[in-house]
Design a protein around this ligand. Structure first.
Ligand SMILES: [Zn+2]
Length: 465
């Protein structure tokens, strides 16, 4: 069924962006204060800490900015805060995807200031979640607020979808998005993250890799036995090692039958735009203390592998005695955790089926295979008009050409919006190269936050035209 359209009579109205910029400058201090307030409210989804309180605060902030709000809940999981404003002068809709949950702040001793203090120092706001993703959310909300304060209207309809489980992999999001197809319909969306690089250039991301997490368990005798019995008793640790050998070869090729079947090769224009991405591969190797990347790649080739290559990674494996000294034991169980990073158009369900089938064909039908979370990859084509529009808006505000990442090496629930709801999505935000997201001393430069607010205002204005 088609979603009902906004039937309002369109009133022609002109929006002077300069007036919104002035409002943003005048109100900068108040915006910072509001962001600090949100940062002070802990919202650690991994521990279920402060979630309900934070969702309430987000809803209050949306109402204060002039949005009408709604709480969306599923059978389980943290609430999603939804907000919207209908334009009197446009039928176009822009959606913002954000999240109010944050990563755990640990290790606490590495922080200069309390992670939930919202301390302002050196022109920055410090705190867990200030960039990822509370700063981005507030900058978007304040841009919308600016239009409403100055004109009492917006150039386009605006929707906010602010979830509370992004940092734990959005495990309960799919049914919520699928149950609210019309509510979440839009013409385009801005995703949660982004910022500027070391040279002050805005960075835009057009997609995310998918991910599939699994666990393999090999079982032997009913209990650990003396290793003197090794000529007779099967060793699950060896079973697991052999099974892993069947998954990937030494030259980094994933051996699962038809694993690469649906990998869409990158377009020439996507490869071309990699040349503009400042990839500091030498610094990365130095920081990690490794001499070479896998297969000896470097520069552009390394960046291409990072963004476009699917992977099979051993996250951890355990079996038998791993304590001090030695113990001559034959373990009864062995376990490995793996993740697969997937690229368009691989599907996690298909990859899981292929994995099960491959292990069976290779003689490992005795392994227990457990599927954990998964997300599909998602990508907006680089030549989509919305990408061009966002890049132009960014260039106007930052004075530098945007750096476009056709795909990001990370993962997230973008596919629900891109693949299911079907609109173009660009990720762009107000973070900086030293924001320390997910790490101690996460911070956001106040200047970057205000500029990011102007960028969103510009985007809203350009999107209407
Ligand atoms: Zn994050």
């Amino acid at each position: 069924m088609a979603c009902p359209k906004n039937r309002l009579m369109v009133v022609v109205m002109s929006f002077d962006l300069g007036k919104v910029y002035s409002y943003i400058d005048e109100q900068a201090e108040a915006f910072v204060k509001d962001l600090v307030k949100l940062v002070k409210q802990p919202s650690v989804s991994a521990k279920g800490e402060g979630i309900v309180e934070c969702a309430k605060l987000v809803e209050e902030m949306m109402r204060d900015a002039g949005l009408s709000t709604k709480i969306l809940t599923g059978q389980k999981g943290n609430p999603v805060v939804y907000g919207e404003v209908k334009s009197k002068s446009s039928r176009k809709t822009l959606l913002f995807y954000d999240h109010y949950d944050v990563q755990p702040p640990e290790p606490l001793e590495k922080w200069k200031y309390d992670p939930f203090s919202g301390k302002i120092a050196e022109g920055k706001i410090y705190g867990r979640g200030v960039t990822d993703n509370k700063g981005n959310f507030v900058s978007r909300l304040k841009a919308v607020h600016g239009f409403l304060e100055v004109f009492g209207d917006l150039p386009v309809n605006v929707k906010f979808f602010v979830e509370g489980e992004e940092e734990i992999g959005s495990p309960n999001l799919e049914p919520i998005v699928k149950a609210h197809k019309c509510l979440l319909s839009a013409d385009a969306a801005i995703w949660e993250f982004g910022g500027t690089d070391r040279h002050g250039r805005p960075e835009l991301y057009l997609g995310l890799k998918g991910v599939l997490s699994v666990e393999l368990r090999a079982k032997g005798a009913l209990k650990d036995v003396h290793s003197a019995n090794a000529p007779l008793i099967p060793n699950p640790a060896w079973r697991l090692v052999w099974a892993l050998n069947a998954l990937k070869s030494k030259d980094e090729k994933i051996l699962i039958k038809d694993f690469y079947e649906n990998v869409r090769s990158s377009l020439p224009e996507e490869t071309e735009c990699l040349k503009n991405i400042p990839f500091e591969d030498e610094e990365m190797r130095k920081e990690l203390g490794i001499k070479y990347f896998l297969k000896g790649v470097s520069g552009l080739e390394a960046l291409k592998a990072l963004l476009f290559q699917p992977t099979c990674t051993i996250n951890g494996l355990i079996s038998g005695y791993t304590g001090k000294g030695s113990k001559t034991v034959l373990p009864h169980e062995a376990m490995v955790k793996l993740d697969f990073r997937l690229v368009p158009d691989q599907k996690p369900e298909e990859i899981f089926e292929k994995l099960v089938c491959h292990l069976k064909t290779c003689g490992f039908e005795d392994l227990e295979i457990i599927k954990y979370g998964s997300t599909e990859p998602a990508k907006t084509p680089i030549n989509d008009p919305f990408v061009v529009l966002v890049a132009e808006a960014a260039e106007k505000v930052y004075g530098k050409k945007a750096v476009i990442y056709p795909l990001s090496a990370g993962s997230g629930p973008m596919h629900l919006f891109r693949n299911f709801l079907g609109y173009p999505i660009v990720s762009a935000g107000c973070g900086g190269p030293e924001s320390n997201t997910h790490a101690p001393n996460e911070n956001l430069e106040i200047e970057g936050f205000i500029k990011g607010t102007k960028f969103i205002a510009t985007l809203i204005s350009d999107f209407a035209e």
